[in-house]
Design a protein around this ligand. Structure first.
Ligand code: GLA
Length: 708
């Protein structure tokens, strides 16, 4: 319904989102970024942001920043809604029909009366964290069938300051490589089709001039979706550059009959004026407040059997592993792959989720009792979405796997995906998992997913989205029945990490590489979204099974200490010195995890390239700093670790936690004074910094700063 032009704003956490609303017309983004002053005149902002026609553009050009872009307004990019209405149809013209603003939430209702479609856009800005979340919903109010090809979760103008982007890429045991590039002319897009979030994640960071760890403007865009999706940035003639996040729909996947609706996944947008650390801080605040399952108490240190014993998990052999784990301070014992009926390697048995009678003649109970008698919790690996062709389940229910009728059933890791779009398949899996969790005191599931989803069909129709939502539904149902069970998301390592799966999982397994040099990269960049207390970080063997690289225990343990710590090796096979070193590191982690797992986390590099991770209690009364060098530095002495951002005038006691890296004591001036404890002012720590000898490769320092 036509009406006067209105301007509205959402504010919170130092961020403002502002919109121009033209009832009966369109809605436009005016601003998303640093908070505008309360008295800012949005009408001025609007007037100043308008552009006139130029040669070779429509006389009435599509204004930049349309919330819904449509070719009928002269928009020359891909239409926001791509669909075919049967019969007939054509381009869409959504007009703003209603707008409601309520406690940080803006609902925009659009309608296309010619075609009988209603589209609502929900935008919410969190008053505390400044996180903007948004999703769209399309309702078919016509009498015709609507074949939906694309409905993005978000389209918004790319900020004028953003000339570059940062994305992650990865593969098995090689996740979280960061790539920075200049935004190209035309279109940049990345499509993920594996049926999981993918090793590259579902995020894009747009970067302003000079943006780095701590400085510069960054716009972080995340899609909460563990299935096929597209992230794109595109410059459209006449309308400027915009960014798009969308679930990727296969032709025929979403067909809306009269009265039916489809809702997109949610998108998350974060603005930072302090580089990637600022964006990560907002992501962590958002995840802690609204996404991660509510979970009180310290995160228990794990031992996971996978890299310790592989598939060789017989009850008898595990007894001494349980004892060895308890002896070094482990708090939860996680039985990984290999425990269920017939599972000798990765060629069989997925789907048959009962204890293997040969490996566990009396079932899992005796093992669990032993684990609990040693004061540890018990966790179990499962891969519920999968079935092995060589399994009882598949023999009984060959039609339950995802397949194209009449076509071959190609496997990956010798397994097929179960059709979680079907109610009876989800009911069966719920029954099996509920049975396991009810029969045994299991307090943790490592939920794995080791296959691409192909063909993504159910009943002869494209179904990736329905299968992904089926997984969510299954986990939700299970969590409702067993709220005390922690679930970890794993998909061959880090291939299913996004903020929608994280609504159901308290922990991520970011990589099957536990090599500490890889982990410096993986934990740092996965940390753009995932806060430290949700980041599975295990101490692996040396040489590392994934990379064959050897590394000292001190480095391995200290890198793991900065996440949700665990052990992914066999302590029985460690030298006495390494075993003692690991036990000491676990003790230290348990002492420090209150600080490590709350408050803020900042990562940066020293002037000569050592990695520094700095975790601070919310009131800055305590900080824990890890300084790591993977390769030998060039100049000597190595650059100091400057700690900026401490409260002015504060003094800190500096505790260089022992053991010190090999050879280091000889390279510190006055080591005795460091041992008895020194203090320094915030200003000295920010200006001169800590003179940590960080020249040697594979070095790790751990420092505690306590405010006096
Ligand atoms: C996947 C996981 C590993 C391990 C194995 C077990 O590869 O990423 O951590 O659990 O499965 O088969």
């Amino acid at each position: 319904m036509p009406g006067p032009l209105r301007h509205v704003r959402l504010d919170g956490g130092g961020v403002t989102a502002a919109f121009a609303l033209d009832p009966g017309g369109d809605a436009r983004w005016l601003h998303f970024g640093a908070a505008l002053p309360p008295e800012a005149d949005l009408a001025d902002l609007d007037a100043l942001s308008r552009v006139g026609p130029r040669e070779s553009t429509p006389d009435d050009p599509a204004p930049p920043g349309l919330v819904i872009a449509t070719p009928l307004r002269g928009w020359m990019g891909p239409a926001d809604i791509e669909a075919v209405c049967e019969p007939g149809g054509g381009a869409f013209l959504f007009r703003l029909a209603d707008a409601r603003l309520d406690a940080g939430a803006l609902r925009l209702d659009f309608s296309d009366d010619r075609l009988g479609l209603a589209l609502s856009v929900d935008l919410h800005l969190d008053a505390e964290t400044g996180a903007l979340t948004t999703r769209r919903r399309l309702v078919n109010r016509s009498a015709a069938l609507l074949d939906l090809a694309c409905l993005p979760s978000l389209r918004m103008p790319a900020p004028g300051w953003a000339g570059e982007a940062l994305i992650l890429s990865g593969d098995w045991a090689g996740e979280a490589h960061a790539h920075r590039f200049i935004l190209p002319p035309g279109r940049w897009s990345r499509i993920e089709r594996t049926g999981r979030t993918g090793f590259s994640g579902a995020a894009l960071h747009l970067c302003g001039p000079g943006a780095d760890d701590d400085r510069g403007e960054v716009l972080a865009l995340h899609l909460g979706w563990s299935g096929p999706h597209e992230i794109a940035v595109e410059t459209v003639p006449g309308s400027g550059r915009s960014v798009l996040l969308a679930a990727k729909l296969a032709p025929g996947e979403i067909r809306l009959g009269p009265g039916e609706a489809w809702t997109t996944p949610e998108a998350l947008v974060l603005h930072s004026q302090s580089g990637f650390n600022g964006a990560a801080a907002r992501a962590h605040a958002h995840l802690r407040k609204r996404i991660l399952p509510d979970r009180k108490g310290p995160r228990p240190v794990h031992l996971n059997t996978w890299e310790a014993v592989g598939f060789d998990v017989g009850a008898a052999g595990l007894e001494s592993l349980v004892d060895a784990a308890a002896d070094i301070g482990v708090e939860r014992f996680v039985l990984d792959d290999g425990w269920f009926r017939g599972r000798a390697d990765d060629r069989s048995s997925l789907g048959d989720w009962t204890a293997d009678p040969v490996k566990f003649p009396q079932g899992l109970a005796p093992l669990i009792e032993r684990v609990r008698a040693r004061g540890m919790g018990f966790g179990l690996w499962v891969e519920p979405e999968m079935v092995s062709p060589d399994s009882e389940l598949h023999r009984q229910r060959p039609d339950w796997c995802v397949h194209a009728p009449g076509a071959p059933q190609p496997t990956m890791r010798h397994q097929l995906w179960l059709d979680l779009a079907r109610d009876e398949v989800r009911d069966h899996l719920f029954g099996v998992l509920d049975g396991l969790l009810s029969a045994h005191p299991v307090d943790y599931l490592k939920w794995d997913c080791n296959r691409f989803l192909f063909p993504a069909e159910s009943g002869g129709l494209p179904a990736a989205g329905r299968i992904v939502r089926g997984v969510y539904e299954l986990i939700d149902r299970l969590r409702e029945r067993h709220p005390g069970v922690d679930i970890e998301t794993c998909a061959s390592g880090g291939a299913r990490i996004d903020f929608e799966i994280l609504k159901r999982t308290v922990r991520v397994w970011p990589s099957d590489s536990t090599d500490p040099v890889d982990r410096l990269r993986v934990q740092r960049w996965t940390g753009l979204l995932v806060p430290p207390e949700a980041m599975g970080a295990h101490v692996g063997a040396s040489p590392n099974p994934a990379t064959r690289r050897s590394a000292p225990m001190l480095l391995r343990a200290r890198v793991a200490m900065f996440g949700w710590m665990g052990v992914e090796l066999d302590p029985r096979r460690l030298s006495p010195a390494d075993r003692a070193g690991l036990a000491a590191a676990i003790r230290t982690h348990r002492e420090l995890r209150g600080v490590l797992h709350q408050g803020s986390r900042r990562v940066f590099r020293t002037a000569d390239g050592a990695d520094v991770w700095l975790h601070a209690a919310p009131d800055m009364s305590q900080l824990v700093l890890g300084a790591f060098r993977s390769e030998a530095s060039g100049p000597s002495p190595s650059a100091p670790v400057k700690i900026s951002g401490l409260p002015a005038g504060a003094r800190y006691r500096i505790d260089l936690i022992e053991p010190w890296p090999e050879r280091a004591s000889g390279r510190l001036a006055d080591p005795a004074a460091w041992r008895t404890g020194r203090t320094a002012s915030a200003e000295a720590l920010g200006t001169a910094g800590l003179p940590l000898p960080l020249g040697d490769p594979l070095t790790a320092w751990l420092v505690r700063l306590t405010r006096e």
